[in-house]
Design a protein around this ligand. Structure first.
Ligand code: T1G
Length: 693
C-alpha cells in the first residue's frame, strides 16, 4: 500500500490496513495529517482486499489534538469533520490503537472509529476547556452517548485526562492490551472483529445514555450551581455545558451544528486567545537562551531545609512527594517538633480526601530527618534556607553552610525580596548560590521564581529548573532586584491601591474592582488574610500609615476578626465603618482632597501600574520575556488565565491606550511614578509586548 504523505503512512498486514501518523512531537492534527488520514481512509476503504483498518501513531503519543499552532490562521482543507465522516462511514471496521494521550481532536477522531483499543498506560480526554474552547469536532455530542451526561459534563469542563482502566470501565476503550504490543494486539483485535462479524459501532447512533437525561434540564443547572465558584469568569465551561445539553435536546447533526456555533464563538473570543497564549507561555518559560537543554545537571538525592516554619515545611513536602529524603534543621527542638507536626497534619488532611493513604503519609514522613545541627546538612546535594527574612541572618547562615556543605552542592535561599548577590558574598562559591522563591503554601502553590544571581552557574540554573519540573511546579527564571518579578509588580499595584485610599476610595471599593476583574481577592482582603502586623511592631509604631493605625487599634486582620474589614464567626468579611472612619481621619490629617473614584480608574491605575512595572522589569532584563511575567502572575498571584496575564492583557487593551491613561493620571500616580521608556517606545511604534522575542 502506498505511503500517503510525509506524516501519514498506509500499510497492510494481510487483510488489515494500518494507517499510521508520524508527526512529532504529539501527532497534532495539522492539515497535512488531516489530508493524509482522509486519503488513507478512502484508499483502504475502497480496496476490496482490506477487511479492517487500524489507526495508530508513531512516537510518544496518539493524536494529542488539533494543531494549536494553526489556530487563528485560515483553515486548510480537508476539515477534521470530513476526515471523521470518512472514518465513521467506512464500510469496514476502523479501530483506533491508542497509546500516550488521546486528547481533544485526537480523541474525537478515535470516537469516530468503530472500536478503540489501548495500552493500560494510555489516557484520553477533551481538555479544550483549558484553551478556552470546547471539543469542536463532535466530542460534546459523542462523549455523552458513551459515558452519560454527568461524566461527560465533568470531563469537558475539567479537561481532565482519564486513565486506561477508567476509560475501559466507562466504555471509551473496548479493550486494554499489554504495554509494548499495541500494533500487534490492535491487528489481532481487528481480525477478531472481522471474524466475529461485529457491527460497525457508530457512536453517533447511540442514544440510551442520552435518553436517561432527556426531560431533566435541572441536572445542567445543578451542575452549574455546584461549580459556580470554580467556573467564575470563564466562558468556556458554560459553553461546554450548553453543547452537551444540545446533545440531549437535539438529534446528532443538529447538536453538532450547535456545538460548531458555540466553538466558533469561543475561538474568536479574547478568552481563548489568552488561554492559548498561556499554553505556549507555559512551555516557553523553561527555555533559557544561554542555558542550553543539554547543560549538565547536578544529581539531587538528598535535600536540606533550614527552618521548619510554614515555608520550610511546605517546601520540604514537595521533595518528600517525589521520594527525595529531606534533612530539616531548626534552632530549637520545640520548633522542629512543631514544624514536623504541621507537615504530618497536612499529609493526614489529604487522607480525608482520599488523595493519600495513611501508608503514603508514613512513607513520606519516613523521608524526613530532623536536626538541630547545620552539620547534618554536610552531605546534601541541595540546601534551601527558609529562615527569618533578614539579610544579616541569611548571610550568617550561608557563611556556615559554606564551611559545612560538600562542594558541588547547590546553596539556595527562599528569600522573597532580599538581594541574593548580597547573600552570596557570604560564601566562597557564589556560583552555587541561587534563589528558589516558593509561594505559600509551598506544597500547594505551583509557582517557583528561580532567581539567577550574578555568579550563579548554568548547571545550577539547569538543575534548579529541572528539579522544579520534577516537583510538578512551573518555574520562571528571574534576575535579582527588590521583590524579583512577582512581588515587585505586586508592590506597584499596592502603591496605587494605598494612594487611592487617601483620595477617597475605600478598601472594599478597590477589592471589588480587582475581584470583579477576575482575581480571587483584592489587595486589602489579601492583607487581612496574611495579617496586617507582618513587619509591624508595637514598640516602633508611629501611626504613619493607615495600616499602622489599624494595628494600633488591634485590627490586625482576619486573626483579630478585624482589619480593613470586619469578620464574622465564619470569617466572612464586611465593609467596616470603623476602618472607614480611620481612613477618612487619616486622609483629612494629611490634607489629601477626597473625591469619588470610579471603578474604571481603580482598575486602570492598579493594572496599568503593574504593566508599567512589567515593562521596566523587561528593560532591566530581570525577566527573559513578557510571557514569563504572565506565568508568574497567573500561577503566583491569581491573575485569571482567561486574561492571559498583565503583559498579554496590555496588548489586548493596546499599549497606546495604556500610555495615554497613565499620562492622563499623571501626578495622581505618585511623585516617583515614571512611565517605562520601553512601554512608551512600543506604544509609539504601534507594537505589542507580544512582538518582543
Ligand atoms: N498542537 C500543537 N503543538 C502542540 C500540541 C498541539 N495540540 N500539543 C503539544 N504541542 C507541542 C508543545 O507546544 C511542545 O512544543 C511539544 O508539543 C511538547 O509538548 C477540534 C480544537 C500532549 C499532554 O489541549 O496537553 O483539539 O515547546 O511540552 O509535557 O476539538 O502537550 O517542544 O516546541 O506539553 O509531554 C486539544 C495539548 C487541542 C492537548 C504532552 N489538545 N497538549 O505533554 O509535552 S484543541 C490539547 C498537551 C482541539 C478540537 C480542538 C501536552 C501533552 P515545544 P509538551 P508533554
Amino acid at each position: 500500500m502506498p505511503a500517503i504523505n510525509p506524516v501519514v503512512d498506509l500499510a497492510a498486514d494481510g487483510e488489515i490496513a494500518i494507517l499510521s501518523v508520524n508527526y512529532p512531537p504529539v501527532n497534532a492534527l495539522s492539515h497535512q495529517v488531516r489530508a493524509g488520514l482522509l486519503d488513507g481512509i478512502r484508499t483502504a476503504s475502497t480496496d476490496p482486499a482490506i477487511k479492517a483498518i487500524v489507526l495508530i501513531c508513531e512516537g510518544k503519543t496518539f493524536i494529542a489534538g488539533a494543531d494549536i499552532t494553526e489556530f487563528g490562521k485560515p483553515m486548510q482543507p480537508p476539515g477534521l469533520v470530513e476526515v471523521q465522516d470518512a472514518m465513521e462511514a467506512a464500510p469496514v471496521p476502523v479501530i483506533a490503537a491508542i497509546h500516550g494521550t488521546a486528547l481533544g481532536g485526537g480523541f474525537e477522531v478515535a470516537l469516530c472509529c468503530h472500536y478503540r483499543v489501548a495500552v493500560a498506560s494510555a489516557k484520553c480526554g477533551l481538555p479544550e476547556v483549558n484553551l478556552g474552547l470546547l471539543p469542536g469536532a463532535g466530542g460534546t455530542q459523542r462523549l455523552p452517548r458513551i459515558v452519560g451526561v454527568e461524566q461527560a459534563l465533568d470531563m469537558v469542563t475539567s479537561g481532565k485526562h482519564v486513565d486506561g482502566k477508567t476509560a475501559l470501565a466507562a466504555g471509551l476503550f473496548d479493550e486494554l492490551v499489554p504495554e509494548g504490543t499495541l500494533r500487534a494486539s490492535a491487528i489481532a483485535f481487528a481480525r477478531k472483529v472481522v471474524a466475529e462479524h461485529r457491527p460497525l459501532k457508530r457512536v453517533r447512533d447511540a442514544d440510551d445514555k442520552l435518553a436517561a437525561a432527556r426531560g431533566k434540564p435541572e441536572m445542567f443547572d445543578a451542575f452549574r450551581k455546584a461549580n459556580a465558584k470554580k467556573f467564575r469568569g470563564f466562558l468556556a465551561p458554560e459553553y461546554n455545558i450548553r453543547a452537551v445539553q444540545a446533545a440531549v435536546d437535539h438529534p446528532f447533526d443538529a447538536g453538532l451544528a450547535i456545538e460548531r456555533k458555540l466553538f466558533v464563538e469561543l475561538m474568536q473570543g479574547t478568552q481563548s486567545a489568552a488561554q492559548r497564549y498561556v499554553f505556549f507561555a507555559e512551555r516557553q518559560v523553561w527555555k533559557i537562551p544561554d542555558v542550553p537543554d543539554d547543560t549538565q545537571t547536578i544529581p539531587i538525592k538528598r535535600v536540606g531545609i533550614i527552618g521548619a516554619g510554614t515555608m520550610g515545611g511546605g517546601i520540604a513536602m514537595n521533595f518528600a512527594n517525589i521520594g527525595i529524603p529531606i534533612t530539616i534543621v531548626e534552632a530549637k527542638q520545640d520548633a522542629l517538633d512543631r514544624g514536623l507536626g504541621v507537615v504530618r497534619k497536612n499529609y493526614e488532611r489529604s487522607t480525608k480526601s482520599g488523595r493519600l493513604t495513611m501508608a503514603d503519609v508514613d512513607q513520606r514522613m519516613a523521608l524526613f530527618t530532623g536536626s538541630l545541627e547545620l552539620e547534618a546538612l554536610a552531605d546534601c546535594d541541595l540546601v534551601i534556607e527558609a529562615v527569618f527574612e533578614n539579610l544579616a541572618i541569611k548571610q550568617d547562615v550561608f557563611g556556615k553552610l559554606d564551611r559545612i556543605v560538600k562542594q558541588g552542592a547547590i546553596l539556595a535561599t527562599n528569600t522573597s525580596a532580599l538581594d541574593i548577590d548580597q547573600i552570596a558574598t557570604a560564601v566562597a562559591r557564589p556560583e552555587a548560590v541561587i534563589g528558589l522563591h516558593f509561594f505559600s503554601p509551598a506544597n500547594v502553590m505551583r509557582l517557583v521564581e528561580v532567581v539567577r544571581a550574578r555568579h550563579t552557574s548554568k548547571p545550577v540554573i539547569a538543575t534548579s529548573l529541572a528539579l522544579a519540573k520534577k516537583l510538578g511546579k512551573i518555574a520562571a527564571l528571574v534576575g535579582v532586584c527588590p521583590g524579583f518579578v512577582g512581588n515587585r509588580i505586586l508592590y506597584a499595584r499596592s502603591q496605587q491601591a494605598n494612594a487611592m485610599l487617601m483620595e477617597g476610595a475605600m478598601p472594599w471599593d478597590i477589592d471589588k474592582a480587582i475581584y470583579d476583574f477576575g482575581l480571587p481577592m483584592g489587595p486589602f482582603a489579601m492583607s487581612d488574610l496574611a495579617g496586617l502586623d507582618i513587619g509591624w511592631s508595637a514598640e516602633r509604631t508611629s501611626s504613619s500609615t493607615i495600616r499602622e493605625v489599624l494595628c494600633e487599634r488591634n485590627r490586625r486582620g482576619q486573626k483579630t476578626a478585624a482589619g480593613f474589614y470586619d469578620y464574622d464567626e465564619q470569617r466572612n468579611a464586611r465593609p467596616s465603618p470603623v476602618t472607614e472612619q480611620i481612613i477618612r481621619e487619616f486622609a483629612a490629617r494629611s490634607g489629601a482632597p477626597q473625591r469619588t473614584i470610579s471603578e474604571a480608574e481603580i482598575l486602570e491605575r492598579c493594572l496599568y501600574a503593574q504593566i508599567n512595572e512589567g515593562a521596566k522589569i523587561l528593560e532591566e532584563k530581570i525577566a527573559i520575556r513578557p510571557s514569563d511575567i504572565d506565568i508568574v502572575w497567573i500561577n503566583g498571584y491569581g491573575w485569571p488565565v482567561y486574561r492571559g496575564g498583565p503583559m498579554f492583557y496590555a496588548d489586548t487593551v493596546g499599549l497606546r491606550e495604556v500610555v495615554a491613561k497613565l499620562e492622563g493620571y499623571g501626578a495622581k500616580l505618585g511623585k516617583d511614578f515614571a512611565i517605562s521608556p520601553l512601554l512608551r517606545q512600543l506604544a509609539a511604534d504601534g507594537k505589542r509586548f507580544g512582538d518582543l522575542k
